[in-house]
Design a protein around this ligand. Structure first.
Ligand code: ANZ
Ligand code: ZN
Length: 850
């Protein structure tokens, strides 16, 4: 083959890898293991550029680690349950199972065309009975341990379609299908007790140094630990007490009214007859409001007076009891002691309903007056109007007041979490059936383990109306009670699909294990995942549920593991500029020719760079890219265009540039093939050959360090490009074919994780047998580097921040580039603007930034 022909080479190597099961792995205790995993895809139909990026990053890591001699587990599978399949059934009459399987087949072939080093023998889809039956078993175990339970909870309900709606199916408060107003309805639903693990989940966020700080912070906020106390307020004229949770016991003497959640169990019994009509109307109104919005800062705060009063336990003041929409029953105790002077929501509420304000914290050097306050004072200060506690700094007041209440039996210190138990029931068909049978006499009876799996039936109707499809299968629905034998009915809800994705990474260790969810030995060999890679959108739910499930399976005795993911990389988005026409709206790139809309000829306008999305038509189809340039170019571009965590901007020219570079590599090898095949690689050299050796070994070192743990693929690729340039300018070819061979082999081997097809092909053509991985990852010769290297000090804004090693002959540009690339400096530059770089050759570099 004379010319670089990616189509032919890629097909050849892909079938070689597949037929030879090259990436198949087995547990081997004599080898160090490495488990790299990309978040598995939902089989929506076709892969998109976000997938290409995700899997290219993972593939570099997998191939690099393989070449380093690790036993690498790199699996792929399908997050196959979920709503789009059901929507396709409702809208187009295709069965969700068929739709899903078709999509999987198509997407698998797309992934195979990317040349990804997966062990396809471990592939599974979560809709496989052999997967979800184990989930049913885990549920039964959780039930036995009290980690799964049932309670009433509200769902979105469309009165017209008579069906439950997922949050995604509610658009601006209306049903996605019929546009009717969505209401809330109470249903009995299954919950997982993630709150039992709140403390542990939180504690371990301090012990995950391989996770981005941003994700850990999001998880900490989601868990939301608050320390404070519960205080009891006696209701006037009775012996009822209202319990509140507060983080601010120091403000107790400023509590002038009480706010209850409209759902509070005491709400109606506290309502006086003359207030009843108004209260009922208010409760009804709030029932229709979205819980997540109700507590938001901008949501209009509203309430209603119940007609009753309670007493402040410290001051004895009579406090009117209100119901308020911003108080949620799900948090704390569902009741808030309102302190309008020191809490902004209470302040707004008090102004609206003309309720009294008492200042109890005075900031230093300022005097607050209730009449003139324009907002609540939420800062520090000294206590006033607080009896014995006057004069204490408020932080100290918190302690003292809490202790005093505790001593009098009026309150106790508590810890409260924002985290709620995980509601896992979905009134959906395309999911894992919940293994429960309802009996009039026995209630909810777990399906006996010996009767598992509860298989999802296929004879169901998809009208999109009148309840869940599972209830339409008589064969499924009607079943005898396992306890008493009388006729019963099956649970028709299925699990939230986040349940499947909470443990799939464990099952990859033993996907065909037949006697339990996990084969302990295999799972303990492979786990934890050494490197997990996926989008930041999963920072909370998926990544928190996966951590929770791991701990549950540990406590069920299935695996000895505390945390599933050792290191986490959150990749940036793939972005592209948008195009639009005044007449035809958003345009695909191929609908624009010479800057005009191909439909009407008007000038197309160029919009912002945004995440690629079908709705804005700023998408590039991976298939088109691969068939035009080959998978290697697609991979190289994606990896070269930006560091993995950063957003990546699409550029046709850059793709073209990557393609040209691969052609250049191809030619460099071919032009020299005859000379180098038989040449011996020398241990030292002189003159120009010595310079080339130095560059070769420096590149090996740089690429190794850039990939390993830093994921700085773009700088690694740039270094390889420089080595290729050096090869082209190396004049002394005939004199030193061995040095040339060493350089070319380094290029091909260093490129292998990025562009595996091309590398394998060239490696073979150079006369090697047994594949490019056989020889391992190249190592560098310190002696070749040491020659003529000097140390240069790097300063940022005049302070020494590091040192770099550069060739004595390095020019200003080279020194400048290395200085900016060095880890200490690049960390410094994050978020700062580079102003100037001063290079004093042979001595120092000063970077000026602010
Ligand atoms: C009195 C008070 C005075 C409060 C003050 C704050 C400032 P975090 O930190 O998020 O835990 N609260 C308690 N339960 C609530 C519920 N179910 N719905 C809405 N708000 C609720 O917030 C705790 C504070 O949120 C509690 O402390 C309570 O208001 C309110 F100057 O009590 B505070
Ligand atoms: Zn029964």
């Amino acid at each position: 083959e004379e010319r670089y022909n990616p189509g032919a080479i890629e097909a050849k190597w892909q079938s070689h890898w597949q037929q030879g099961k090259v990436f198949k792995v087995q547990e081997d205790l004599s080898l160090p293991k490495y488990y790299v995993l990309e978040m598995f895809p939902y089989p929506s139909g076709r892969i998109h550029m976000g997938h290409v990026r995700n899997y290219s990053i993972g593939d570099v890591v997998a191939r690099f680690k393989r070449m380093q001699g690790f036993n690498v587990l790199h699996p792929m599978g399908w997050d196959a349950f979920g709503m789009p399949a059901e929507n396709a059934a409702i809208q187009h009459g295709i069965h969700p199972a068929g739709w899903t399987r078709q999509n999987i087949d198509h997407m698998r072939s797309q992934l195979q065309k990317m040349g990804l080093a997966y062990d396809w023998e471990r592939e599974f889809a979560t809709c496989d009975v052999d997967y979800y039956k184990w989930e049913q078993l885990i549920f039964l175990d959780m039930l036995e341990r009290g980690l799964a339970y049932k309670k009433n909870s509200s769902v979105n309900w469309c009165p017209k379609c008579k069906t439950v709606l997922a949050n995604e199916q509610v658009e601006d408060g209306c049903c996605w299908r019929c546009d009717d107003v969505v209401t809330q309805k109470d249903l009995e639903q299954w919950f997982f007790k993630i709150t039992d693990y709140a403390e542990e989940l939180l504690d371990w966020t301090e012990r995950l140094p391989g996770w981005p700080e941003r994700v850990l912070t999001m998880q900490r906020n989601w868990i939301g630990r608050s320390t404070g106390c519960e205080i009891e307020f006696p209701v006037k004229g009775g012996d009822t007490r209202i319990r509140v949770f507060t983080t601010r016991p120091d403000t107790l003497c400023g509590a002038t009214f009480m706010s209850l959640a409209p759902e509070h169990p005491l709400a109606l019994s506290l309502t006086r007859a003359e207030r009843r009509a108004e209260v009922d109307a208010f409760i009804e109104k709030v029932r229709r409001q979205d819980k997540n919005q109700r507590s938001g800062e901008d949501f209009e705060k509203e309430g209603v007076f119940t007609g009753s009063f309670c007493l402040n336990p410290l001051t004895g003041r009579e406090m009117p009891i209100y119901l308020a929409n911003f108080v949620l029953m799900e948090y704390g105790t569902g009741a808030v002691m309102a302190v309008p002077t020191h809490d902004q929501r209470d302040f707004e509420f008090a102004r609206k309903y003309d309720l009294p304000l008492v200042v109890v914290i005075q900031p230093e050097g300022e005097t607050l007056h209730p009449e003139t306050m324009e907002q609540a004072w939420v800062g520090e200060g000294g206590l006033v109007n607080s009896g014995d506690f006057d004069g204490l700094p408020n932080e100290e007041g918190k302690e003292k007041i809490a202790e005093s209440l505790e001593a009098q039996g009026l309150g106790k210190k508590t810890v409260n979490y924002r985290l709620r138990d995980w509601g896992v029931s979905r009134q959906r068909y395309w999911g894992t059936p919940i293994p429960i049978i309802y009996c009039d006499d026995c209630g909810a009876v777990p399906v006996p383990r010996s009767d598992l799996p509860v298989v999802l039936p296929t004879d169901v109707a998809f009208s999109g109306e009148g309840g869940t499809p599972l209830a339409s299968s008589a064969a499924f629905l009607v079943v005898d009670c396992p306890r008493c034998g009388k006729p019963g009915r099956r649970e028709t809800d299925t699990f939230d699909t986040f349940v499947e994705s909470s443990w799939y990474f464990l099952r990859y260790a033993c996907p065909r294990h037949e006697t339990a969810p996990l084969n302990r030995e295999a799972a303990e060999y492979w786990l934890p995942v050494d490197q997990y890679i996926g989008g930041i959108e999963h920072a909370v739910m998926h990544l928190l549920y996966a951590r929770f499930f791991t701990k549950v399976l540990r406590d069920l005795g299935m695996i000895d593991l505390d945390e599933p993911f050792q290191n986490l990389l959150t990749q940036g988005m793939v972005c592209m500029e948008t195009l639009s026409c005044p007449e035809h709206g958003w345009l695909y790139p191929e609908e624009v020719r010479d800057g005009t809309c191909s439909k009407c000829g008007r000038a197309a306008s160029l919009g912002r760079n945004e995440k690629m999305s079908k709705s804005k038509k700023n998408v590039i189809d991976p298939d088109a890219l691969i068939s035009r340039y080959g998978a290697d170019t697609a991979r190289l571009f994606i990896l070269f265009a930006a560091p993995p965590e950063k957003d990546l901007e699409w550029s046709d020219q850059a793709v073209e540039g990557c393609y040209r570079f691969l052609n250049r590599v191809w030619r460099a090898v071919h032009d020299n093939l005859d000379g180098i095949r038989s040449a011996e690689i020398p241990r030292s050299a002189e003159g120009a050959a010595r310079d080339l050796r130095r560059i070769t070994h420096r590149t090996i070192r740089k690429v190794t360090e850039d990939i390993d743990g830093r994921f700085s693929f773009n700088t690694a690729i740039a270094a390889i490009m420089e080595l290729v340039n050096a090869i082209y300018t190396f004049a002394d070819k005939d004199g030193s074919p061995g040095v040339l061979r060493e350089a070319l082999e380094a290029v091909v081997r260093l490129l292998a994780p990025f562009v595996p097809h091309l590398s394998e092909e060239l490696w073979t053509q150079m006369g090697h047998e047994g594949g490019i991985e056989a020889q391992g990852w190249p190592s560098w010769d310190e002696a070749a580097l040491a020659q003529d290297e000097i140390t240069i000090v790097v300063q940022v804004n005049g302070k020494v921040r590091g040192k770099i090693e550069v060739p004595a002959a390095a020019g200003e540009d080279e020194i400048r580039r290395q200085a900016l690339d060095s880890p200490n400096v690049s960390r410094f530059l994050e978020g700062a603007t580079l102003r100037k770089v001063i290079v004093v050759p042979g001595r120092l570099v000063n970077v000026v930034a602010n």
